[in-house]
Design a binder for this molecule. Structure first.
Ligand code: HSE
Length: 346
C-alpha cells in the first residue's frame, strides 16, 4: 500500500524529499517495497493542492521551479485547490504529515500546532523542523503515543545522518556519558573557508547560496541552531528536559583571521562544538568555539559536513561523520522516517 503524505511547507527540504521520491521511486519500490504517494502540498505563498489519488512529483517540482507557485499545476478531476494547512491535516486522506514549514526556534510555531492537529487526527508526523522538537518534544511525542501514531524527527539533527536513530537503536544500553559534535554545517563551512584564507562575509554568503544557512543566518553563526540541536539530543537520547536557557552559548562571529592562524600554528583547528555531559545528578550543556587538536576525529571534519562523538561506558567512543544540511540530505531524513514508520521501527 502506498504511504500517503501531505506536505505542510514546500521549501528546500520539502522539495528535496519530492526530488528523492522522483529520482529513487522505482529503486525504493523494487528493493524495499516502499512507495510514497504525495496527496497534498500547502504553503502560505505557493498555494495548496489536494488530490486523494495523488499528485505528480515531477510536475510539482516543475511548476514551483518555473513560477514559484502551484497555480500552473494542471487541473484534473478531483483536484482541490485552496485548502489551508489545518484542513489538509484534518481532512485529507494522508497517513503522514511531512511538516517542513519554516523553523522558528523561539516559538516553535506554527509547526507545534500543526503537529498537535496531525496527532489529534490520527496521522503520523515526520519533520526536520527543530522548533517543535526543541520546544515541545515531550508533549508531542506523548500525544503521538496516545494516538498510536509516530513522530519522526531524524532530520532535526545532522539531516539524514542517523545522529538520533543510531544511538537509540545500535547504542541502546551502552550508557551514554557525553556527546560532543560539530552540528552546524554553515559555521563549519565558514571556519573551513577561513582556514583557506577566505574572509568571513564571503564564506557566509557562499553557505547561504549553497542552502546550508537558516533564513536568518544569525541562528547559525551565533550558535542558536546548535543550542536547539543540543536540547533535542538531551531530550531524545538522555531523557533530560533541557531548555535553551540551560545551554551556555557562544557563536563564531568574533573569531578573527588571527585566531584562525594561531590555531593553525598550534596544530589545531577551530570548530564550533556542541557538548552535553552527564555529570551524575545533572547534565552540563554548552555551545562554543574550541581549538580542537588534530588527534581528535572532529578536527578533520570540514566544509558543511557534521560529526558527533558518543562517549559510552561500554563501547568507548563512537564517532559518526556525515551530512548535516542540504536539500537531498535532509529530504532523505524524512524518507528514512517514512520507511521506518512502514517497518514499525523507531
Ligand atoms: N542551518 C543548519 C546548518 C541547517 O547549517 O547546519 C541544518 O540544520
Amino acid at each position: 500500500m502506498p504511504h500517503k503524505i501531505a506536505f505542510i511547507g514546500f521549501g528546500t527540504v520539502g522539495q528535496g524529499l519530492v526530488e528523492v521520491i522522483r529520482q529513487q521511486g522505482p529503486m525504493l519500490s523494487s528493493t524495499l517495497g516502499f512507495e510514497a504517494r504525495i496527496v497534498a502540498v500547502f504553503t502560505p505563498r505557493k498555494g495548496s493542492l489536494y488530490h486523494p489519488d495523488g499528485l505528480d512529483a515531477g510536475q510539482l517540482l516543475d511548476v514551483v521551479h518555473n513560477s514559484g507557485t502551484f497555480a500552473e499545476y494542471l487541473d484534473t478531476p478531483g483536484l482541490e485547490r485552496g485548502w489551508d494547512a489545518l484542513k489538509i491535516i484534518r481532512e485529507s486522506n494522508a497517513d503522514t504529515i511531512v511538516e517542513v514549514s519554516p523553523t522558528d526556534i523561539q516559538t516553535g510555531q506554527p509547526a507545534i500546532d500543526y503537529c498537535r492537529a496531525a496527532f489529534a487526527s490520527g496521522k503520523n508526523v515526520v519533520t526536520a523542523n527543530k522548533g517543535p522538537v526543541a520546544l515541545a518534544y515531550e508533549e508531542l511525542s506523548n500525544l503521538a503515543k496516545a494516538k498510536g501514531v509516530r513522530f519522526g524527527i531524524e532530520g532535526t539533527v545532522m539531516s539524514g545522518t542517523p545522529a538520533l536513530r543510531l544511538p537509540l537503536t545500535s547504542l541502546a544500553g551502552a550508557d551514554l556519558i557525553e556527546i560532543r559534535g560539530i552540528l552546524n554545517g554553515t559555521t563549519n563551512y565558514i571556519l573551513t573557508q577561513m582556514e583557506a584564507e577566505q574572509d568571513y562575509d564571503t564564506a557566509l554568503a557562499q553557505a547561504q547560496q549553497l542552502g546550508y544557512a537558516e533564513t536568518d543566518p544569525t541562528a547559525d553563526v551565533e550558535g542558536f541552531d546548535v543550542v536547539a540541536k543540543i536540547v533535542i539530543l538531551a531530550k531524545v537520547l538522555l531523557g533530560v528536559p533541557l531548555t535553551a536557557a540551560d545551554v551556555s552559548r557562544q557563536g563564531i562571529s568574533r573569531l578573527t583571521p588571527a585566531d584562525i592562524a594561531q590555531a593553525k600554528a598550534a596544530g589545531k583547528r577551530w570548530k564550533l562544538i556542541g557538548r552535553l555531559k552527564n555529570e551524575g545528578s545533572w547534565v552540563s550543556a554548552s555551545v562554543a568555539p574550541a581549538m580542537v587538536p588534530l588527534a581528535d576525529p572532529l578536527a578533520h571534519v570540514s566544509g558543511a559536513t557534521n560529526a558527533i562523538t558518543y562517549f559510552t561506558k561500554l563501547l568507548g567512543e563512537v564517532t559518526l561523520v556525515g551530512a548535516g544540511a542540504g536539500a537531498i540530505e535532509t529530504g532523505y531524513s524524512l524518507l528514512i522516517d517514512l520507511i521506518n514508520i512502514d517497518r514499525s521501527n523507531i
